[in-house]
Ligand binder design. Structure first.
Ligand code: SAH
Length: 433
């Protein structure tokens, strides 16, 4: 048999909610009668939502699929800037619970017809009188449409206690509005056959309620309300977000290490005259290309600097080299190893990599964050990141080493210089870079 609705009716109901969410961008959303969390699983992708809560009387149904609400690997690998917490409760919509007050949107999709009429009264009191959300979407079967449903005898579902005509639904909705200070728009999903829409309406009728009087009304109820907790928490998860300082640091470090290494390879390849395979990478990645162009040029004018990187960047660049520098440094204490180091100014890193600048906010923040990172070695004045390039054995390769240094000078790499051996023993930071 041909399906009567395309997309299927339950999908159309959920899409109606999703369209509302896209338009109104609520931050706190509560789904009453969430069952197997099908709607919640779609809503979690709308990251303007910060708190997503489901409630159902049937904990077994909820538990069946609730783990599908957990973050997936990309949520950890590329954490969003937005925050999201998801909670699921077992409980009845006829009982109050203070944790569900103050939501921007409450949805009740095909729920009220499962309640006795006495419980619908309690539902109205709890949802509109106690929870007082800014908006409520209620969907329920429209019995005017039932003659069009082939083979239907009685109600559409065995557990339905009633199915309202459009007039009955409207009368309940108007009563709620008058009693609790809301206005309602009546609509629906599931079109009637051609020419019949006016007469029978939608297959699922929907009321979209908006609270009158804005936020003050919620506060008015809030003052007298006692804190009742009648629901059982079944599930709670906080999504990884860049608001979490540890996550922010981890992501920032990945970016810093990645771009610092790219710059290092580029500069050392320039200096040795070798082909740099990061060129290919660069071409593949738009921002990489930008990065290397920035590292190559010496910033010409003050205006150019300011335009490119902002005032802070300019100050820092004025103070130091805007390009990388290569030098030699003694490695382990008591060892004859010399390490060739590359110095990557933080200002260049901040300027070249958009993600680093967004995540850190400013070059001074970047420096503060990197100062606490055990895997990062900063120059003494904290203005540059030092990366190991390669090791040379001083005794064995002294002549090579001299040659190398001469090469460096000849290459016109003005910044290349030999560092005096350090007086203080250095920690082994190579392993951590
Ligand atoms: N909203 C879902 C499921 C609707 S079926 C959807 O759109 O697909 C109705 C759901 O309401 C069932 O999961 C049922 O367990 C739940 N329910 C019934 N009475 C309830 C009550 N008093 N309080 C909370 N949930 C209830």
């Amino acid at each position: 048999m041909e399906p009567m609705f395309t997309p299927a009716l339950h999908r159309q109901r959920h899409q109606f909610v999703i369209d509302f969410v896209k338009r109104k961008k609520p931050k706190k959303v509560l789904d009453l009668g969430c069952c197997e969390c099908v709607l919640l699983k779609q809503l979690k992708f709308h990251r303007e939502i910060e708190l997503l809560v489901g409630l159902d009387i049937d904990g077994v149904q909820v538990k069946k699929k609730m783990h599908g609400l957990a973050p997936i690997s990309t949520d950890y690998l590329q954490p969003s800037y937005d925050q999201l917490r998801i909670e699921l409760y077992q409980g009845s919509v006829t009982e109050k619970d203070a944790r569900l007050r103050g939501f921007d949107l409450v949805t009740s999709i095909e729920l009220i017809e499962h309640l006795t009429l006495a419980d619908v009264e309690l539902f109205s009191e709890v949802v509109f009188g106690y929870l007082t959300p800014e908006a409520v979407i209620v969907s329920t079967p429209n019995s005017d449409f039932n003659p069009f449903l082939p083979g239907l005898v009685g109600f559409r579902h065995i557990d339905h206690k009633f199915e309202w005509t459009r007039t009955e639904f409207k009368s309940w909705a108007m009563k709620v509005c008058l009693q609790y200070g809301y206005e309602v728009e009546l609509t629906g999903v599931g079109q009637a056959p051609p020419g019949q829409q006016e007469r029978v309406g939608f297959c699922s009728q929907i009321g979209v309620f908006h609270r009158l009087g804005g936020k003050e009304r919620y506060n008015m109820f809030d003052e007298d309300a006692e804190d009742v907790f009648s629901y059982t928490l079944l599930y709670s998860i906080i999504y990884p977000s860049l608001h979490d300082n540890n996550i922010l640091r981890r992501v920032l470090m990945c970016e810093v290490v990645y771009w610092a290494d790219k710059l290092k390879r580029r500069w050392t390849a320039e200096e040795t005259g070798e082909r740099d395979d990061t060129d290919d990478l660069c071409q593949a990645e738009g921002e990489g290309g930008e990065c290397f162009r920035a590292s190559e040029r010496h910033v010409d004018t003050e205006e150019a600097q300011t335009a490119a990187c902002g005032a802070e960047m300019k100050t820092l660049v004025d103070q130091e080299e805007e390009d990388g520098e290569l030098f030699w440094r003694r490695g382990q204490p008591d060892s004859d190893k010399w390490r060739r180091c590359v110095s990557v100014p933080l200002a260049v890193l901040w300027c070249c990599c958009p993600k680093v600048s967004v995540l850190s906010g400013s070059v001074s923040n970047l420096r503060l964050l990197l100062m606490d990172e055990p895997g990062v070695k900063l120059s003494q004045d904290g203005s540059a990141m030092l990366l190991n390039h390669q090791e040379q054995d001083l005794d064995d390769d002294e002549s090579d080493d001299d040659e190398h240094r001469a090469d460096l000078e000849d290459s016109g790499y003005a910044d290349a210089r030999q560092c005096p051996p350090l007086a203080e023993p250095e920690e082994d930071w190579e392993a951590n870079v």
